[in-house]
Design a protein around this ligand. Structure first.
Ligand SMILES: [Zn+2]
Length: 114
C-alpha cells in the first residue's frame, strides 16, 4: 500500500504544531485546552495525549517554562516562552520565510531571471 502524505509527513505537522506553541507562548502564557482550540481553528485535530507530551518536551529542552495557577478553583498549568525559546522561534521564522518563499513561489523570479 502506498504511504499517504499524512503518514510520511507526520513529523512535519508535529513540528508545525511546535512552532504554533512557541509562537503563542511568546505572545502570552498559554495552557493546553486553549491551545487545542487554537490548533483546531487552524485545522489541526490534536488530542491532549498528543499535545501534552509536546509541551513537556519543549519544557524539558527549556524552550518553555510552566507555572501552575489557580483559575477559578481549577489548577491550570501555564506555559511561557524562555530566552532559548525566543531564539529558536527567531531562527524558525527565518527558515519558514525562506521555505514559504521557495515553496509558494514568492521568489520565483530569482530562479528564472538568468
Ligand atoms: Zn496559532
Amino acid at each position: 500500500m502506498r504511504e499517504m502524505p499524512e503518514d510520511l509527513f507526520r513529523d512535519v505537522f508535529t513540528s508545525f504544531i511546535r512552532v504554533h506553541i512557541l509562537h503563542h507562548a511568546a505572545e502570552e502564557p498559554i495552557y493546553g485546552a486553549e491551545m487545542i482550540e487554537e490548533l483546531k481553528r487552524h485545522g489541526y485535530d490534536v488530542s491532549p495525549g498528543t499535545l501534552y507530551p509536546l509541551f513537556h518536551r519543549l519544557e524539558q529542552h527549556r524552550y518553555l517554562v510552566s507555572e501552575s495557577r489557580n483559575a477559578n478553583g481549577k489548577i491550570r498549568k501555564y506555559y511561557r516562552i524562555t530566552e532559548i525559546g525566543r531564539a529558536a522561534l527567531q531562527e524558525l521564522r527565518l527558515k519558514l520565510a525562506e521555505l514559504v518563499g521557495e515553496v509558494l513561489g514568492e521568489h520565483h523570479h530569482h530562479h528564472n531571471e538568468q
